[in-house]
Design a protein around this ligand. Structure first.
Ligand code: AMP
Ligand code: MG
Length: 438
């Protein structure tokens, strides 16, 4: 596929979803190479840990310390020198000489035949390398314990210094979309702030004469603009900087004006509506003037028409970078499906993430699903558990591309691949969970 400037990506026949994804990834790579969007120091900022969720780590995070910083106990029990296990006696008796608490180490040393009561996380005392868990021991008084020799081996129930992480080694690699566990990990290393990629500026707009803003009365034939709200929710999952460019009427001058205004302040522009057969010619004409945009018919349902490409840097834009453009279909469910399939990965890629594909899993179809080979389908569904305890999935109500309620009730997509035919009850199907993504 040719992505050179002034060479619109034109598609007449239906495009396989995977080919569309590949073409998008290639174009985003070109854009990154051209604009240095990933390597420019100006695109990195330092934020406090509590602001770093869902941001993308810009540099490898090297551990400044060993974790754990000292050998310590993995259990509540008794620490001792494991050499005493090397005996033919079935029962071991040890004298208790003190206690080691987490955060309050035992200062003395422990000799052979002796042990120390120890709490989980407490530093292993000098002379000890093994911990017998409390529940394996018997104690007549609080002076000595007994346990069976074959219940453990030398070195058990002890965490070694540097076992989780060694000083100077990467704790988190650059490109990680930071999750709650990453923030906890950084904190455990004493790190209070992280270098992250700048939040991409993403402009959104809705196009259509029939659209009304919330608060306006609905006159005959008009509908409320819902797409900007679902898109805002989707983008907020990625902690991006959203620029809401409102509703634009279906006339060339207004559209052109709106696209220029949006492109002047954004890295990415996402519009919805106006790319279906009846309206595309009109949008195409404007896009030819503003940049290099292809109008695709994708072999998928929902979400067949989609425009994708780049808009030239608008005069006065600083830095003078191109804007990545997605013209999503207007149907509310199609907007969410195309966002999930194409836009999300492109945004992550453009922002330097090292993992852009959402995870897939599988579940058993509770009922048959009709499917025509030759297109990828995204059906809204609820994942649960069947009577046999296995993951099972059932579709939510009507699957029309405009029916948001089926999306709202669902917790996953059933994804039926391009060549897949009808599904029988009991077949395994691919699913993608919404949680954290949509
Ligand atoms: P279009 O792609 O512009 O032909 O729109 C396809 C369908 O989606 C039409 O029924 C539109 O009314 C509807 N639609 C378009 N944009 C929106 C929007 N922002 N919110 C809700 N529905 C929309
Ligand atoms: Mg329209």
């Amino acid at each position: 596929m040719n992505h050179s400037p002034n060479q619109p990506i034109l598609m007449t026949s239906s495009l396989h979803v995977n080919d569309a994804r590949k073409a998008i990834a290639e174009l985003v790579d070109d854009l990154i190479a051209e604009s240095a969007a990933i390597n420019d120091p100006a695109d990195i900022e330092t934020v406090a840990l509590d602001q770093a969720i869902n941001r993308i780590l810009a540099k490898d995070l090297l551990s400044p310390i060993d974790v754990p910083a000292a050998d310590n106990s993995a259990m509540d029990g008794y620490a001792f020198d494991g050499k005493c296990l090397d005996t033919s006696y079935p029962t071991i008796s040890l004298k208790i000489i003190g206690t080691a608490f987490a955060g309050k180490p035992y200062e003395g040393s422990v000799g052979l035949g002796e042990c120390l009561k120890i709490m989980t996380g407490a530093v292993m005392p000098v002379g000890c390398d093994t911990v017998i868990p409390q529940e394996f021991t018997t104690s007549k008084d609080d002076l000595a314990i007994e346990f069976k020799q074959d219940q453990l081996k030398l070195g058990e129930n002890r965490r070694l210094r540097g076992e989780d992480l060694q000083q100077g080694k990467p704790a988190i690699s650059a490109g990680r979309l930071l999750r709650p566990s990453d923030l906890g990990l950084a904190a455990s290393l004493g790190i209070a702030s992280l270098p992250v990629k700048r939040r991409l500026k993403v402009a959104i707009l809705s196009s259509g004469d029939e659209l009304r803003t919330l608060g306006e009365p609905l006159d005959a034939g008009s509908i409320y603009d819902s797409n900007r709200y679902s898109l805002t929710g989707l983008l907020n999952r990625l902690n991006l900087d959203i620029i809401d460019c409102g509703i634009v009427r279906d006339d060339p001058a207004s559209l052109k004006q709106a696209f220029i205004a949006a492109a002047s302040k954004s890295d990415v522009l996402i519009s919805s509506g106006g790319v279906s057969v009846g309206e595309a010619d009109f949008t195409k004409q404007i896009m030819q003037e503003l940049g290099d945009v292809g109008f695709w018919k994708i072999a998928m349902r929902p979400g067949r028409p989609m425009a994708f490409g780049v808009l030239k840097p608008v005069a006065g834009k600083s830095p003078a970078r191109k804007t990545l453009f997605f013209g999503l279909p207007g149907n509310p469910v199609a907007v969410m499906v195309t966002f999930y399939q194409f836009v999300r990965a492109a945004l992550l890629q453009l922002n330097g993430a090292n993992q852009t594909e959402p995870p897939l899993t599988q579940a058993i179809a509770e009922a048959p699903i009709r499917k025509k080979p030759g297109r990828t389908e995204f059906q809204r569904a609820i994942l649960g558990r069947g009577a046999d305890g296995k993951p099972s999935v059932r579709l939510t109500g009507s699957q029309g591309a405009g029916i948001l309620r089926s999306m709202s009730e669902a917790n996953c997509f059933v994804i039926l691949g391009h060549d897949q035919g009808n599904i029988a009850a009991g077949d395994w199907v691919d699913i993608a969970l919404f949680d954290g993504l949509l």
